[in-house]
Design a protein around this ligand. Structure first.
Ligand SMILES: Cc1cc2nc3c(=O)[nH]c(=O)nc-3n(C[C@H](O)[C@H](O)[C@H](O)COP(=O)(O)OP(=O)(O)OC[C@H]3O[C@@H](n4cnc5c(N)ncnc54)[C@H](O)[C@@H]3O)c2cc1C
Length: 444
């Protein structure tokens, strides 16, 4: 397909945000009689789902301590629910299990979910939590859980198939996807982008949407934005912080039949996320893995072909400029899961369910996981820069955030969206930071 020399809207990145923005933009343009999908092109240097959107565990939940995140997630879950088939969405629900140190946070999340009408159930107290879990899994054996939040909506979707579904929706409305096309720069005129420079020639445009996942750092540079920024902290003082920090996301699969993890009725269970301060013992030899707060998540997954999930990510120590994003994910030797993850995650599965005791040898020994670019407060930045560049930087929260593209599309057409307001870049200088929970994960 020939690359056009002009497009009104150029979307960079065929991950969840680029594809969702393109689809919704096409819909909005048509609905307003202001154009059509033919005004929108998507460029990707590799292809659909070549970044984290194509390898993500695919968990879709509302469970966030930050009210602004929760509202955005509730909106996004609605988009997943709009076409489960096309999005390969499994609405099995989601459960957050926590220890006493997280109890109050989880209760607060539950209360705020009730306030926004998001269906969930709260269970409190160790005995009641245990009984509730046994009611779902007869072999449940994790102690020390004093709070359970059972979200009745959400679940998970299949990573690459869902991206192909999204692509289909935008293409049906006339959006063209061009790949492989690498964006290498911008031609600026009078402070705005006049053309996107690619390895297949320049494309003049009116608006650019940067939805480049962990490659956002490169576009930040191209837009001449600062590598270090000032953040007004909770102490009221200004702190210099790197704009981007990379974290390595650890995920893996236990090679059992996915039906090995059904509930007591033989149905696929909700996605389980447990955080706990109970000592974690090695599932094979009983030695101590950790006595600090730890957490894992898991689900049976017919796409991955096993029980799939992950654990806490680790921070990549190098400054963002030195981090090699390519080759991405499992193709990289640097940022994939370690044997330490295998031991921890399989031990944690056995900590929760008797059925997983002694099952480590079934761990699927293949490189998995990937890296994500995190902002200074680990929450997204959705904002416009250099007049006509809209940056969608989800701080690695984002597979579940399929609705962001719908809101971005409206903003591109001049309708500011209250749900996106708490995610502006100016919040750092103003100290309008999101509240921080007691969860060990940087994105809860
Ligand atoms: C291992 C792992 C598990 C995860 N699990 C979950 C989960 O369970 N639930 C959840 O909600 N989130 C999860 N996430 C986070 C989520 O996957 C990401 O936040 C989200 O997919 C990012 O989407 P995106 O559209 O911004 O970027 P991406 O999916 O990275 O897409 C960006 C695209 O931009 C293209 N690109 C980059 N540079 C250029 C260039 N110069 N020119 C042209 N194209 C370019 C890339 O090829 C890529 O296809 C996970 C992340 C990882 C790494």
């Amino acid at each position: 397909m020939a690359l056009p020399r002009h497009a009104k809207y150029v979307v960079i990145g065929a991950g969840v945000h680029g594809l969702s923005t393109a689809w919704h933009l096409a819909k909005e343009l048509e609905a307003r009689g202001a154009g059509s999908g033919a005004d929108v092109i998507v460029l990707d240097k590799t292809g659909v789902g070549a970044g984290p959107s194509g390898i993500a565990c695919g968990v879709i939940r509302n469970n966030y301590f930050q009210p602004a995140m929760r509202e955005l997630m509730a909106y996004s879950v609605g988009v997943w629910e709009s076409d489960p088939e096309a999005f390969h969405y499994h609405p099995v629900g989601y459960m957050q299990l926590g220890p006493e140190v997280m109890h109050a946070d989880v209760v607060q999340i539950y209360e705020q979910q009730r306030a926004i009408g998001y269906a969930s159930e709260l269970v409190e107290g160790e005995a009641d939590c245990h009984a509730y879990m046994e009611g779902i899994f007869s072999d449940w054996q994790a102690g020390g859980v004093t709070v359970v939040l059972h979200e009745k909506r959400g679940g998970y979707a299949e990573n690459l198939p869902s991206m192909i579904g999204l692509r289909g929706k935008s293409e049906a409305l006339g959006v063209e996807l061009h790949a492989p096309v690498t964006v290498a720069g911008f031609r600026m005129e009078g402070g705005a982008i006049a053309a996107v420079q690619t390895d297949r020639g320049d494309i003049e445009c009116d608006q650019v949407i940067v939805a480049a996942g962990p490659w956002v750092r490169d576009f930040w540079r191209l837009l001449d934005l600062p590598a270090t920024i000032t953040v007004r902290g909770r102490d009221g003082k200004d702190h210099e912080r790197p704009m981007w920090t990379y974290w390595c996301l650890q995920e893996g699969t236990l090679g059992v039949d996915p039906t090995y993890l059904t509930d007591n009725e033989g149905n696929p269970p909700p996605v389980i996320h447990i955080d706990t301060d109970a000592p974690l013992l090695d599932g094979m030899d009983g030695s101590l893995v950790t006595d600090e707060l730890w957490g894992i998540y898991y689900k049976p997954d017919f796409n991955f072909g096993g029980v799939q999930g992950g654990a806490m990510p680790w921070v990549v120590k190098e400054p963002a400029d030195d981090v090699k994003v390519d080759p991405y994910g499992a193709k990289s030797k640097e940022y994939v899961v370690t044997e330490e993850f295998e031991r921890m995650w399989t031990s944690a599965l056995a900590h929760c369910h008797k059925r997983f005791e002694g099952k480590r040898p079934l761990y699927h020994k293949a490189p998995t996981g990937g890296i994500g670019a995190f902002t200074p407060d680990s929450f997204p930045v959705f904002d416009r820069f250099r007049e006509n560049a809209y940056v969608v930087a989800d701080s690695n929260h984002g597979y579940k955030m399929i609705g962001v593209g719908a809101l971005v599309a409206k903003e591109l057409l001049g309708e500011q969206q209250a749900l996106l307001e708490p995610f502006r870049f100016s919040r750092y200088a103003q100290g309008k930071l999101h509240p921080v929970s007691h969860s060990p994960f940087p994105w809860s």
